[in-house]
Structure formats: structure tokens, C-alpha cells
Design a protein around this ligand. Structure first.
Ligand code: HCB
Length: 220
């Protein structure tokens, strides 16, 4: 089990999508749980990639290839994660996206997948999402009679874009929608203090914590 996960981590670090896809399939065939593959191979692999970029050993193309490898692995894991949620009882609705100016999508997509697997209806708005698009989706979600209450998930990976998490909260306030929703933020530069500063309801360090926090916020 350790060997295939080690090789999967190496495939992410080396930016090899085909290998990552193949090794993920092997891991699943060997009975490794999708969450173990994420926690023990993919996330640590991306962490190493980030460290190498930070110290100048890796460059943007390396980051992009590592991200492609992680995405290839996630494409195999997502159906498995969702399949494990057999009887779907909709616990609430989540509108999630990476904020304006920020194209980092892996963490946001992982949170979206985990919430979906846990029984939430998830509207994933994608990356670089303007504040008014979140507002529009929250309005639409309410109007279309989707399950309520609604949680808004805001991802930001850059110190320059984390301000836009606050911009979304302000836009929700201006539209008179803030009282009706819970806001959870995440992403590498965010932390609980930042959540408090910008008036978010909660912060989550990772996708598992996001699921727990959203459940707590909605009391489900
Ligand atoms: Co990017 N990048 N990047 N990047 N990138 C980071 C984020 C740096 C930290 C790297 C570094 O310098 N050490 C850095 C940011 C520095 C800073 O602002 N302090 C950085 C930079 C500078 C940049 C560019 C500006 C580089 C450039 O062009 N000069 C550029 C920005 C482009 C833009 O957004 N406008 C850029 C581009 C890229 C790509 C495109 C090459 C690629 C993204 C590809 C993609 O997503 N499709 C990329 C990547 C891959 C990274 C690193 C290496 C990994 C990010 C990642 O996917 N992590 C990252 C370094 C790092 O974080 N160690 C680096 C894995 C996921 C699973 O973790 O933290 O995203 P996560 O998500 C977690 C967690 O935060 C939480 O749960 C998730 C799952 O566990 N969470 C939430 C996330 N969102 C949540 C929302 C919630 O509501 C709740 C919880």
C-alpha cells in the first residue's frame, strides 16, 4: 500500500498526469481509500511542489504540471468519493468558488467534492469568480427553492486575492443576503483570525475540516 502511494506522490511532484492516473487506479484496485490517497500522497506531494517553488528549485511550468497530475488523480478519485455516499440526503446547499483574480482551483474543487460526498448540494462557480456572481447564485438558489440554508465557501490562495473574500461578504451584505447565509473561507493565506477580521462565520484548514465546519454551521 505504501509503495503505490509513494509512487503516486512522486508522480505529482514530477508532474506526470498519466502516471498519476494509472497509480490512482492501482491504489483503488488495491483497496486504498480515496481519502487516504488524497491525505497520504496527493496533498503532501503538492506541499513539496509548493516548497520547491518557494525556494526557487521549481518554476511555473513545474507547478502547472504538478497541478495537472493532481487533477488527473482527482478525476479517478471523485467518482469513488461520491459513490461512498450511497443514500443521498441533501443536508443543505453550498455555493463555492475561488475569488476574483485567483485561478487556483484544486483545493476549492476538493472541498466541493467532499461536501458533495457528505450530502450537500454544491454549486461550484469555478475560479476567479467576481463577487456579484456569488450574490447572483445565492439569490438564484433561494428563488429556485433549493434546499436551505445556504453556505458560501470562498477560496483564496494568494495574499493579493484574499481581500476579495471580504469583497464577497460585503457584496452579500449590500444585497441584503448576508443574514441568510453562512460564510466559510479557506486557502493557504487564510486563517481563523482573517475569517474574524472580514466577518466570515468560519475558517477551515482542509477539505475534511470544511465538511465538519459546514455541518456545525448548519447544525446538521
Ligand atoms: Co500558485 N501560488 N501561483 N499556482 N501555487 C501558490 C499558492 C504559492 C503559495 C507558491 C509559493 O510562492 N510558495 C504562491 C502564493 C504566494 C502568496 O500569495 N503568498 C503562488 C503564486 C505566487 C502563484 C502565481 C502568482 C505565480 C505567478 O504567476 N507568478 C500564479 C497566480 C495565478 C492567479 O491565481 N492569478 C500561480 C499559479 C499557479 C498555477 C496555475 C501554476 C497552479 C494552480 C493550478 C490549478 O489550480 N489548476 C498553482 C499551484 C498548483 C500552486 C501550489 C503549488 C499548490 C496549490 C494547491 O493546489 N494546493 C501553491 C503552493 C502551496 O499551496 N503549497 C502555489 C493543494 C490544495 C489541495 O490545497 O490549500 O489549495 P489548498 O486547499 C485546501 C485548503 O486550503 C482548504 O481545503 C483545501 C483542501 O484540503 N480550502 C478551503 C481551500 N479553499 C477552501 C475554501 C473553503 O471554503 C474552505 C476550505
Amino acid at each position: 500500500m505504501g509503495d503505490v502511494l509513494n509512487r503516486l506522490q512522486e508522480a505529482v511532484i514530477a508532474g506526470e498526469p498519466e502516471q498519476a492516473r494509472e497509480l490512482t487506479a492501482q491504489a483503488l484496485e488495491a483497496g486504498i481509500a480515496p481519502l487516504d490517497a488524497i491525505d497520504q500522497a496527493l496533498n503532501p506531494g503538492m506541499q513539496i511542489v509548493g516548497d520547491r517553488y518557494e525556494c526557487g528549485d521549481y518554476f511555473i511550468p513545474d507547478l502547472m504540471m504538478a497541478a495537472e497530475a493532481m487533477k488527473a488523480a482527482m478525476e479517478k478519485l471523485e467518482p469513488e468519493l461520491l459513490a461512498r455516499q450511497e443514500q443521498r440526503q441533501i443536508l443543505g446547499t453550498v455555493v463555492i468558488g475561488t475569488v476574483d483574480g485567483d485561478i487556483h482551483e484544486i483545493g476549492k474543487s476538493l472541498v466541493a467534492t467532499m461536501l458533495s460526498a457528505a450530502g450537500f448540494q454544491v454549486h461550484d462557480l469555478g475560479v476567479s469568480v467576481p463577487a456579484d456572481r456569488f450574490v447572483e447564485q445565492v439569490k438564484e438558489t433561494g428563488v429556485s427553492g433549493d434546499s436551505v440554508p445556504v453556505v458560501v465557501g470562498l477560496s483564496a490562495l494568494l495574499t493579493t486575492t484574499m481581500r476579495n473574500q471580504e469583497a464577497v461578504i460585503k457584496a452579500l451584505q449590500e444585497a441584503g443576503l448576508r443574514e441568510g447565509v453562512k460564510v466559510i473561507i479557506g486557502g493557504a493565506p487564510a486563517n481563523p483570525e482573517w475569517a474574524e477580521t472580514i466577518g466570515a462565520d468560519a475558517y477551515a484548514e482542509n477539505a475534511n475540516e470544511a465538511v465538519e465546519v459546514v455541518k456545525q454551521l448548519l447544525e446538521v
